[in-house]
Ligand binder design. Structure first.
Ligand code: ADP
Ligand code: MG
Length: 321
Protein backbone atom coordinates (compact mmCIF):
# COMPACT_ATOMS: atom_id res chain seq x y z
CA UNK A 1 0.00 0.00 0.00
CA UNK A 2 2.90 2.30 0.79
CA UNK A 3 4.32 1.56 -2.65
CA UNK A 4 0.96 2.09 -4.32
CA UNK A 5 0.75 5.50 -2.70
CA UNK A 6 4.21 6.48 -3.81
CA UNK A 7 3.43 5.46 -7.36
CA UNK A 8 0.18 7.39 -7.30
CA UNK A 9 2.11 10.42 -6.05
CA UNK A 10 4.54 10.06 -8.91
CA UNK A 11 1.64 10.19 -11.34
CA UNK A 12 0.63 13.65 -10.21
CA UNK A 13 3.99 14.92 -9.01
CA UNK A 14 6.65 14.34 -11.59
CA UNK A 15 9.07 17.15 -10.78
CA UNK A 16 9.34 20.43 -8.86
CA UNK A 17 7.32 22.26 -11.52
CA UNK A 18 4.37 19.92 -10.88
CA UNK A 19 4.48 20.84 -7.18
CA UNK A 20 4.56 24.53 -8.03
CA UNK A 21 1.62 24.14 -10.40
CA UNK A 22 -0.51 22.40 -7.78
CA UNK A 23 0.37 24.87 -5.02
CA UNK A 24 -0.17 27.95 -7.16
CA UNK A 25 -3.51 26.58 -8.39
CA UNK A 26 -4.53 26.04 -4.78
CA UNK A 27 -3.58 29.64 -3.98
CA UNK A 28 -5.64 30.88 -6.92
CA UNK A 29 -8.58 28.68 -5.93
CA UNK A 30 -8.36 30.28 -2.49
CA UNK A 31 -8.91 33.71 -4.03
CA UNK A 32 -5.39 35.02 -3.56
CA UNK A 33 -4.58 38.45 -4.96
CA UNK A 34 -0.87 37.91 -4.48
CA UNK A 35 1.23 34.75 -4.87
CA UNK A 36 4.90 34.59 -3.90
CA UNK A 37 7.10 31.64 -4.77
CA UNK A 38 10.61 30.93 -3.51
CA UNK A 39 12.86 28.16 -4.71
CA UNK A 40 16.04 26.62 -3.45
CA UNK A 41 18.04 24.40 -5.79
CA UNK A 42 15.47 24.42 -8.55
CA UNK A 43 12.81 23.42 -6.04
CA UNK A 44 14.63 20.21 -5.11
CA UNK A 45 15.69 21.54 -1.72
CA UNK A 46 12.73 23.85 -1.10
CA UNK A 47 9.60 25.23 -2.72
CA UNK A 48 7.68 27.85 -0.77
CA UNK A 49 4.37 29.27 -2.00
CA UNK A 50 2.76 32.05 -0.01
CA UNK A 51 -0.68 33.48 -0.71
CA UNK A 52 -3.10 35.99 0.81
CA UNK A 53 -6.18 33.89 0.12
CA UNK A 54 -8.94 32.61 2.36
CA UNK A 55 -6.69 30.29 4.36
CA UNK A 56 -7.46 26.90 5.91
CA UNK A 57 -9.17 26.75 9.32
CA UNK A 58 -7.06 24.87 11.89
CA UNK A 59 -9.65 22.08 12.20
CA UNK A 60 -9.51 21.49 8.43
CA UNK A 61 -5.72 21.28 8.19
CA UNK A 62 -5.50 17.51 8.78
CA UNK A 63 -8.15 16.97 6.12
CA UNK A 64 -6.37 19.13 3.55
CA UNK A 65 -3.48 16.67 3.41
CA UNK A 66 -5.70 13.57 3.23
CA UNK A 67 -6.20 11.81 -0.07
CA UNK A 68 -9.46 12.65 -1.84
CA UNK A 69 -10.34 15.29 0.70
CA UNK A 70 -11.27 18.45 -1.12
CA UNK A 71 -13.31 21.45 -0.12
CA UNK A 72 -14.08 22.28 -3.71
CA UNK A 73 -16.70 19.80 -4.80
CA UNK A 74 -20.26 20.29 -3.65
CA UNK A 75 -22.02 17.44 -5.41
CA UNK A 76 -21.62 14.40 -7.62
CA UNK A 77 -22.54 16.56 -10.60
CA UNK A 78 -19.74 19.00 -9.75
CA UNK A 79 -17.36 16.08 -9.62
CA UNK A 80 -18.30 14.93 -13.11
CA UNK A 81 -17.92 18.40 -14.53
CA UNK A 82 -14.65 19.22 -12.86
CA UNK A 83 -12.80 15.95 -12.62
CA UNK A 84 -11.28 16.15 -16.06
CA UNK A 85 -9.29 19.17 -14.97
CA UNK A 86 -8.01 17.62 -11.80
CA UNK A 87 -9.88 18.93 -8.80
CA UNK A 88 -9.52 15.63 -7.07
CA UNK A 89 -8.13 16.38 -3.66
CA UNK A 90 -4.92 14.51 -4.38
CA UNK A 91 -2.20 17.06 -4.71
CA UNK A 92 -1.32 17.82 -1.09
CA UNK A 93 -1.60 14.15 -0.09
CA UNK A 94 0.65 13.19 -2.96
CA UNK A 95 3.19 15.91 -2.18
CA UNK A 96 3.16 14.93 1.50
CA UNK A 97 4.05 11.36 0.64
CA UNK A 98 7.19 12.34 -1.27
CA UNK A 99 8.52 15.34 0.67
CA UNK A 100 8.58 17.15 3.96
CA UNK A 101 5.44 19.25 3.59
CA UNK A 102 4.65 22.12 5.96
CA UNK A 103 1.40 24.07 5.73
CA UNK A 104 0.88 27.18 7.81
CA UNK A 105 -2.36 29.04 7.41
CA UNK A 106 -4.67 31.64 8.87
CA UNK A 107 -8.14 32.49 7.60
CA UNK A 108 -8.94 36.21 7.91
CA UNK A 109 -11.43 35.63 10.76
CA UNK A 110 -9.00 33.64 12.94
CA UNK A 111 -6.81 35.55 15.37
CA UNK A 112 -4.10 32.90 15.21
CA UNK A 113 -2.78 30.61 12.52
CA UNK A 114 -2.08 26.88 12.62
CA UNK A 115 0.42 24.48 11.13
CA UNK A 116 0.51 20.86 10.04
CA UNK A 117 3.48 18.89 8.73
CA UNK A 118 3.72 15.71 6.72
CA UNK A 119 7.11 14.01 6.57
CA UNK A 120 7.14 11.50 3.77
CA UNK A 121 3.64 10.33 4.59
CA UNK A 122 3.79 10.82 8.39
CA UNK A 123 1.34 13.48 9.49
CA UNK A 124 2.00 15.61 12.59
CA UNK A 125 -0.48 17.07 15.04
CA UNK A 126 -1.83 20.51 14.23
CA UNK A 127 -0.12 23.23 16.26
CA UNK A 128 -0.78 26.94 16.66
CA UNK A 129 1.48 29.19 14.64
CA UNK A 130 1.68 32.87 13.89
CA UNK A 131 0.92 33.61 10.27
CA UNK A 132 -0.23 36.52 8.13
CA UNK A 133 -3.65 36.07 6.53
CA UNK A 134 -3.48 33.34 3.93
CA UNK A 135 -1.40 30.24 3.50
CA UNK A 136 2.27 29.33 3.28
CA UNK A 137 3.06 25.90 1.87
CA UNK A 138 6.62 24.65 2.09
CA UNK A 139 7.86 21.55 0.32
CA UNK A 140 11.34 20.45 1.36
CA UNK A 141 13.52 17.60 0.12
CA UNK A 142 11.24 16.53 -2.71
CA UNK A 143 11.63 12.84 -3.62
CA UNK A 144 14.28 12.28 -0.92
CA UNK A 145 12.51 8.94 -0.31
CA UNK A 146 12.47 8.06 -4.01
CA UNK A 147 16.10 8.08 -5.16
CA UNK A 148 15.27 6.86 -8.67
CA UNK A 149 12.88 9.71 -9.26
CA UNK A 150 15.25 12.20 -7.70
CA UNK A 151 17.99 11.11 -10.11
CA UNK A 152 15.66 11.61 -13.03
CA UNK A 153 15.39 15.34 -12.27
CA UNK A 154 17.40 17.76 -14.39
CA UNK A 155 19.87 20.40 -13.20
CA UNK A 156 18.73 23.07 -10.75
CA UNK A 157 18.74 25.56 -13.56
CA UNK A 158 16.68 23.36 -15.87
CA UNK A 159 14.11 22.67 -13.15
CA UNK A 160 13.96 26.38 -12.39
CA UNK A 161 13.26 27.11 -16.05
CA UNK A 162 10.36 24.65 -16.04
CA UNK A 163 8.96 26.26 -12.93
CA UNK A 164 9.28 29.70 -14.50
CA UNK A 165 7.37 28.46 -17.56
CA UNK A 166 4.67 26.94 -15.35
CA UNK A 167 4.17 30.16 -13.41
CA UNK A 168 4.20 32.29 -16.56
CA UNK A 169 1.52 30.14 -18.15
CA UNK A 170 -0.70 30.32 -15.06
CA UNK A 171 -0.10 34.04 -14.64
CA UNK A 172 -1.52 34.77 -18.09
CA UNK A 173 -4.85 33.33 -17.04
CA UNK A 174 -4.79 35.27 -13.75
CA UNK A 175 -3.66 38.70 -14.81
CA UNK A 176 -5.53 40.30 -11.89
CA UNK A 177 -3.24 38.49 -9.44
CA UNK A 178 0.31 39.62 -8.69
CA UNK A 179 3.06 37.00 -8.86
CA UNK A 180 6.62 37.00 -7.65
CA UNK A 181 9.07 34.17 -8.25
CA UNK A 182 12.56 33.97 -6.74
CA UNK A 183 15.10 31.27 -7.45
CA UNK A 184 18.76 30.76 -8.32
CA UNK A 185 19.34 33.71 -5.98
CA UNK A 186 17.48 36.01 -8.35
CA UNK A 187 14.13 37.64 -8.85
CA UNK A 188 12.84 35.68 -11.84
CA UNK A 189 9.37 37.11 -12.18
CA UNK A 190 7.68 40.14 -10.68
CA UNK A 191 4.20 40.77 -12.04
CA UNK A 192 1.85 43.41 -10.69
CA UNK A 193 -1.92 43.09 -10.99
CA UNK A 194 -2.67 44.28 -14.49
CA UNK A 195 -4.73 43.58 -17.60
CA UNK A 196 -4.04 40.81 -20.08
CA UNK A 197 -2.35 42.83 -22.86
CA UNK A 198 -0.04 44.43 -20.29
CA UNK A 199 0.83 41.07 -18.80
CA UNK A 200 1.40 39.48 -22.20
CA UNK A 201 3.61 42.38 -23.20
CA UNK A 202 5.59 42.13 -19.97
CA UNK A 203 6.11 38.37 -20.30
CA UNK A 204 6.90 38.34 -23.99
CA UNK A 205 8.91 41.54 -24.19
CA UNK A 206 6.33 43.35 -26.35
CA UNK A 207 4.07 46.35 -25.88
CA UNK A 208 0.33 46.06 -25.33
CA UNK A 209 -0.23 47.64 -28.77
CA UNK A 210 1.68 44.80 -30.41
CA UNK A 211 -1.23 42.41 -30.01
CA UNK A 212 -4.37 41.85 -32.05
CA UNK A 213 -7.47 41.01 -30.05
CA UNK A 214 -9.27 37.76 -30.85
CA UNK A 215 -12.89 37.24 -30.02
CA UNK A 216 -15.45 34.84 -31.46
CA UNK A 217 -18.31 32.80 -30.08
CA UNK A 218 -20.11 29.96 -31.83
CA UNK A 219 -22.28 27.05 -30.80
CA UNK A 220 -21.54 27.36 -27.13
CA UNK A 221 -17.80 27.77 -27.52
CA UNK A 222 -16.22 31.09 -26.67
CA UNK A 223 -12.80 32.08 -27.91
CA UNK A 224 -10.94 35.07 -26.56
CA UNK A 225 -7.35 36.23 -26.55
CA UNK A 226 -4.52 38.21 -28.06
CA UNK A 227 -2.10 37.38 -30.86
CA UNK A 228 1.08 39.27 -31.70
CA UNK A 229 0.97 41.27 -34.91
CA UNK A 230 2.88 39.52 -37.71
CA UNK A 231 5.63 42.16 -37.65
CA UNK A 232 6.11 41.43 -33.95
CA UNK A 233 6.50 37.69 -34.40
CA UNK A 234 8.84 35.77 -32.14
CA UNK A 235 11.53 33.36 -33.20
CA UNK A 236 10.48 30.97 -30.51
CA UNK A 237 7.37 28.87 -31.12
CA UNK A 238 6.84 28.48 -27.39
CA UNK A 239 5.50 32.00 -26.84
CA UNK A 240 1.97 30.96 -27.66
CA UNK A 241 -0.22 29.86 -24.78
CA UNK A 242 -3.51 27.97 -25.02
CA UNK A 243 -6.11 27.74 -22.27
CA UNK A 244 -9.25 25.72 -21.88
CA UNK A 245 -11.52 26.75 -19.03
CA UNK A 246 -8.74 29.05 -17.82
CA UNK A 247 -6.25 26.21 -17.50
CA UNK A 248 -3.06 26.01 -19.52
CA UNK A 249 -3.28 23.15 -22.01
CA UNK A 250 -1.35 21.64 -24.86
CA UNK A 251 -3.31 20.75 -27.95
CA UNK A 252 -1.94 19.72 -31.30
CA UNK A 253 -5.32 20.53 -32.81
CA UNK A 254 -5.18 24.16 -31.68
CA UNK A 255 -1.55 24.43 -32.78
CA UNK A 256 -2.46 23.15 -36.24
CA UNK A 257 -5.44 25.47 -36.57
CA UNK A 258 -3.27 28.43 -35.66
CA UNK A 259 -0.54 27.38 -38.05
CA UNK A 260 -3.01 27.04 -40.84
CA UNK A 261 -4.67 30.39 -40.12
CA UNK A 262 -1.43 32.37 -39.90
CA UNK A 263 0.11 30.86 -43.03
CA UNK A 264 1.21 33.63 -45.36
CA UNK A 265 1.03 36.27 -42.62
CA UNK A 266 4.15 35.36 -40.70
CA UNK A 267 7.57 34.94 -42.28
CA UNK A 268 9.15 31.53 -42.15
CA UNK A 269 10.80 30.68 -38.86
CA UNK A 270 8.87 33.39 -37.09
CA UNK A 271 5.96 32.46 -34.88
CA UNK A 272 2.93 34.23 -33.50
CA UNK A 273 3.03 34.87 -29.77
CA UNK A 274 0.06 35.38 -27.53
CA UNK A 275 -2.58 33.75 -25.37
CA UNK A 276 -5.77 32.10 -26.57
CA UNK A 277 -8.60 31.13 -24.24
CA UNK A 278 -11.42 28.71 -24.95
CA UNK A 279 -14.49 28.34 -22.81
CA UNK A 280 -16.89 25.51 -23.45
CA UNK A 281 -19.04 23.09 -21.48
CA UNK A 282 -16.65 20.70 -19.68
CA UNK A 283 -18.44 17.63 -21.03
CA UNK A 284 -17.20 18.53 -24.50
CA UNK A 285 -13.56 17.88 -23.62
CA UNK A 286 -11.45 14.95 -22.49
CA UNK A 287 -8.31 15.35 -20.49
CA UNK A 288 -7.69 11.72 -21.05
CA UNK A 289 -3.95 11.54 -21.28
CA UNK A 290 -2.47 12.51 -17.94
CA UNK A 291 -3.73 15.05 -15.42
CA UNK A 292 -0.34 16.72 -15.04
CA UNK A 293 0.34 17.02 -18.74
CA UNK A 294 -2.93 18.67 -19.66
CA UNK A 295 -3.07 17.39 -23.17
CA UNK A 296 -6.66 18.14 -23.98
CA UNK A 297 -8.92 16.50 -26.53
CA UNK A 298 -12.07 18.05 -27.91
CA UNK A 299 -15.13 15.95 -28.67
CA UNK A 300 -16.00 18.24 -31.59
CA UNK A 301 -12.59 18.72 -33.16
CA UNK A 302 -13.76 20.13 -36.48
CA UNK A 303 -15.79 22.81 -34.77
CA UNK A 304 -12.93 23.91 -32.52
CA UNK A 305 -10.48 23.93 -35.42
CA UNK A 306 -12.63 26.19 -37.55
CA UNK A 307 -13.52 28.48 -34.65
CA UNK A 308 -9.86 29.20 -33.94
CA UNK A 309 -9.04 29.39 -37.62
CA UNK A 310 -11.79 31.89 -38.25
CA UNK A 311 -11.03 34.03 -35.21
CA UNK A 312 -7.36 34.34 -36.17
CA UNK A 313 -8.07 35.02 -39.85
CA UNK A 314 -10.56 37.69 -38.92
CA UNK A 315 -8.07 39.46 -36.68
CA UNK A 316 -5.26 39.29 -39.22
CA UNK A 317 -7.38 40.51 -42.12
CA UNK A 318 -8.96 43.31 -40.15
CA UNK A 319 -5.55 44.52 -39.16
CA UNK A 320 -4.20 44.62 -42.73
CA UNK A 321 -7.14 46.72 -43.92
P1 ADP B 1 -7.86 20.07 -4.41
O1 ADP B 1 -7.19 21.34 -4.82
O2 ADP B 1 -8.08 19.14 -5.56
O3 ADP B 1 -9.09 20.30 -3.59
P2 ADP B 1 -5.47 19.65 -2.84
O4 ADP B 1 -4.84 18.41 -2.32
O5 ADP B 1 -4.67 20.46 -3.80
O6 ADP B 1 -6.86 19.23 -3.48
O7 ADP B 1 -5.89 20.57 -1.64
C1 ADP B 1 -6.75 20.01 -0.63
C2 ADP B 1 -7.57 21.08 0.07
O8 ADP B 1 -6.72 21.91 0.86
C3 ADP B 1 -8.28 22.05 -0.87
O9 ADP B 1 -9.52 21.53 -1.29
C4 ADP B 1 -8.43 23.29 0.01
O10 ADP B 1 -9.54 23.16 0.82
C5 ADP B 1 -7.20 23.24 0.90
N1 ADP B 1 -6.13 24.13 0.42
C6 ADP B 1 -4.97 23.75 -0.18
N2 ADP B 1 -4.19 24.80 -0.46
C7 ADP B 1 -4.84 25.89 -0.03
C8 ADP B 1 -4.55 27.31 -0.02
N3 ADP B 1 -3.40 27.80 -0.54
N4 ADP B 1 -5.46 28.14 0.53
C9 ADP B 1 -6.62 27.66 1.05
N5 ADP B 1 -6.96 26.34 1.08
C10 ADP B 1 -6.09 25.47 0.54
MG1 MG C 1 -5.33 21.51 -5.59
Amino acid sequence: QEIARKIAAGEVIERPASVVKELVENALDAGASRVEIDLDKGGKALIRVRDDGQGIPAEDLPLAVERHATSKIGSEADLEAIRTLGFRGEALAAIGSVSHLIITSRPPESPLGARVEVRFGQKSEVVEAGCPQGTVVEVADLFANLPARRRFLKSDRAETTRILETVKALSLAWEGVSFRLKGQGRLLLNLPREDLPDRLGRLLGLGKKDFLPLSLEKEGVKLFGFLSRPEKARHDPRSLYFYVLRRPVKSSLLARALNEATKGFFMSRSYPAGAIFLDLPPERIDVNVHPAKLEVRFRTEGQIFSLLHQAVRQALLEKSR
